[in-house]
Structure formats: C-alpha cells, structure tokens
Ligand binder design. Structure first.
Ligand SMILES: NC(=O)c1ccc[n+]([C@@H]2O[C@H](COP(=O)([O-])OP(=O)(O)OC[C@H]3O[C@@H](n4cnc5c(N)ncnc54)[C@H](OP(=O)(O)O)[C@@H]3O)[C@@H](O)[C@H]2O)c1
Length: 368
C-alpha cells in the first residue's frame, strides 16, 4: 500500500489511507489488536505526529536502531517479529491479524515466506519518480481475487490521479514452498452431525454439492489438479462422477485396505494416516497440485483440525438438527470465522433445508 521516494511515502489519495487504516485497524476479534510490521525506513517515513500508528501494535525491524521508540516493539528480523506474534511469542495472545507495511525488502521477504499470505495493493494508475519499488507479484504463487469484500470495487480518481484496489491470495498449496498447506471441506448440521449410516443426515442438496465440487475439483492453472484426501468409508460413499473427475487426485486413508480399495482405478494412493497422505503429496505430487482438500470423515477431520498445515475450514452450516452417527469435531476455540475470504455468504434454501457457507482460519495466523 505504500510507495516511497527519498524516504517519503507517496500516497497521494485520501481513500487509499482510509482503506489502509480500516483494514489494518479493524480486528476480527474485539479482544485483540492487529500488528503492523515495518522496516526502519518505513517507520521514519511516517510523520512523527502520527507515530506509532494508533490502535495497532507497531513492530519496527532494524539491525541498527539501539533504542525502541516509545509505544513500539523492535525485532532484528522478520522471522523474529513473526515469532513474537505467533504461537508462543510474547504478543501472541494479544494479536488478531498481522500486516506487513513495507518497505521493499520486507514486502519481498514476506511474500516469499512459506505459509499463507494476502496482498492488499493500491494500484496508482500513473508513473512517478520513485527510488523504492513493490516486488513483482509472482502469479505462479498468487492469485488475484475478483470480488474481495474488504476493498471498494472499481476505479477511483482523486486529485486527478486514478487508482484501484487489488487483493491477491497465495495459493492454498504453495508449490514452491516446503510448507504445504491444506483446506478442510465439510458440511455440518446444528447438532454437529455430518453423517448417518454412511450417508448425509439431510436430503441431498444439488446447489451445495455444486459449490463443494467447484472448490474441491476446479483449478485456476491449467494442468494442475486438486488432491482430495478421504477416509475409507467416505471414499466408499463417494459417487462415481466425483471419484472419476480428471482434475482430482484421490488419496484414501485406511489402515487395512481391502482389495476393493487397492485395486480401485480411481484411487491414486492408499495411505495409513493423514500425515502419510501429506508426505506423499509433498514428495511425489507437488508439481502437479494446486490445492489439497481433506474431506472427512470424523477422525480425519479431528486429525486435520489439529494439524499445523491446516489453512482453512470451508464449512457449510446446515441449519436444523438431524439424526447422525458421525460428527464434526469442535474447532471454534482454535479457528475464527474469516470474512476476508471471498465467499457467497447468503442464506440458501433447498428442499426445505436452509444453509450457509462459512470459512474459518486458524487464530494467530500471520498474513501480509
Ligand atoms: N458432511 C460432510 O461434510 C461429510 C464429509 C465426509 C463424510 N461424511 C459422512 O461421514 C460418514 C463417514 O465418516 P466416518 O468418520 O464414519 O469414516 P471415514 O473417516 O470416512 O472412514 C473411516 C475409516 O478411515 C480409516 N481411517 C480413519 N482415520 C484414520 C486414521 N487416523 N489412521 C488410519 N486410518 C484411518 C479407517 O479405515 P480402515 O477401516 O480401512 O482401516 C477407518 O475405518 C458418512 O456418513 C459420510 O456420509 C460427511
């Protein structure tokens, strides 16, 4: 969101500042605060009367500064700053989202960081003399979102300068990274049921199924595929149309696979655990894969929710209680609803069943 010339931030438009302020200040958790991580030169480019930027935790990266400015924190590297705000870091329990606000080398390091990352970019549609530049966005790693609710859509003009807001997300599976991530896909009713007698507890919902198939089988990059990881019973409940999709690589988890499973032409690989499935993807399939989905059942979901590589839970909430014998584990203490991810959030009604799509992200997740 920043462009600099001789240490001055060139941000000629008020709306840009307004959006920057709103996104970086609004916390998804009212008890927690967002963090701004910035290089020393970005810190000094902020007019003194505005420093530290209010209602956000300011962390300055510097190897040379000897004194920590009042009301800020100091880190010697981006890695040190991230470790302060995640997992066991001293700020971890105070922090909602983490925003990297420059400069050039910090942006670059953050964009190369293994793990999830989102870029909010204000594209100013004019050339200016600059001595610091935003790194090139690698489109093999980042995808531009078409309708991100976080930023106003369209082109704006202020002081004769045109600009627009863009949002990019790192692919769920960062194929160039050693830390591969996966998503969970599930539908759960109000009593947390997901299945009964090897079927879904509610009547089949064609629109919900289309949404599920779009996410778990479609790719942005031609030639890439989606990995679908399923427990043995879930696999046996899967319909042929889904099993045989060319764009899906099916991995089935079973401790004692029967011949029916091992000789199934649509099963790419049978493994003994979720970890084995992820290891197989990382070591054997990575160059073919765009996204990895974990799709149940109950024990597999439990293992996936606790897994450090779990990126998002895409959960359809089916309103109403249905008789069930398999259930979705509790996850609400470790995940928060993530409204920054583009999703149809309207209430749907089909065959007398009302439902809504939601997506959840782990708490304390660093994002650009
Ligand atoms: N609503 C939804 O989103 C959703 C999604 C998926 C499934 N479902 C429903 O859930 C039910 C099926 O789920 P389920 O929980 O009963 O079965 P499941 O997880 O699909 O399959 C259970 C089998 O998977 C293998 N397995 C599971 N965890 C394992 C582990 N940690 N290590 C090794 N192997 C493991 C074992 O296979 P072996 O016995 O071969 O060793 C186990 O018997 C069905 O009713 C289905 O319709 C609903």
């Amino acid at each position: 969101m920043q462009r600099t010339l001789n240490g001055k931030v060139r941000s000629p438009v008020g709306k840009d500042i307004e959006v920057f302020k709103r996104i970086t200040t609004e916390s998804k958790n009212p008890d927690k605060t967002n963090v701004l991580i910035m290089g020393r030169k970005t810190w000094t480019s902020i007019p003194e009367r505005f420093r530290p930027l209010p209602k956000r935790i300011n962390i300055i990266l510097s190897r040379t500064m000897t004194e920590t400015p009042t009301g800020t924190y100091m880190a010697r590297s981006l890695e040190e700053a991230v470790s302060m705000v995640t997992e066991n870091g001293n700020l971890a329990d105070k922090v909602s989202s983490v925003y990297i606000i420059g400069g050039s080398s910090v942006y670059k390091e953050a964009m190369d960081f293994a793990g999830p990352c989102r870029i909010y970019l204000t594209r100013v549609l004019a050339d200016f003399d600059c001595d610091t530049f935003f790194p090139e966005i690698n489109t093999d790693k980042f995808i531009k979102l078409q309708n991100c609710e976080d930023v106003p859509a369209g082109r704006f003009t202020e002081n004769g300068i045109g600009f627009e807001f863009e949002v990019y997300d790192k692919f769920v599976t960062d194929i160039n990274s050693t830390r591969m991530t996966f998503n969970i896909m599930a539908a759960m009713c109000s009593n947390r049921g997901i299945g009964i007698a090897n079927k879904l507890p509610w009547p089949s919902l064609s629109k919900e199924y289309r949404y599920y198939m779009d996410l778990t089988s479609k790719t942005v990059h031609p030639g890439k595929k989606c990995v679908n990881i399923k427990g043995r019973v879930t696999w046996q409940c899967t319909c042929m149309e889904e099993k045989s999709r060319d764009s899906i690589i099916n991995i089935v988890i079973s401790r004692n696979p029967s011949e029916e499973i091992t000789s199934d032409p649509y099963v790419h690989k049978v493994v003994a655990s979720l970890d084995d499935a992820l290891l197989y993807v990382r070591t054997t399939l990575l160059d073919q894969v765009e996204t990895v989905w974990v799709m149940g059942g109950q024990q597999i979901y439990t293992d996936a929710i606790d897994h450090p590589q779990c990126n998002h839970i895409y959960l359809t909430h089916i309103y109403g209680e249905y008789q069930a014998d398999t259930f979705f584990p509790t996850f609400e203490d470790r995940f928060h609803e993530d409204k920054s991810i583009a999703l149809d959030r309207t209430l749907h009604e089909e065959r007398g069943v009302t439902y809504k799509y939601k997506v959840y992200s782990p708490r304390h997740q660093a994002s650009c």
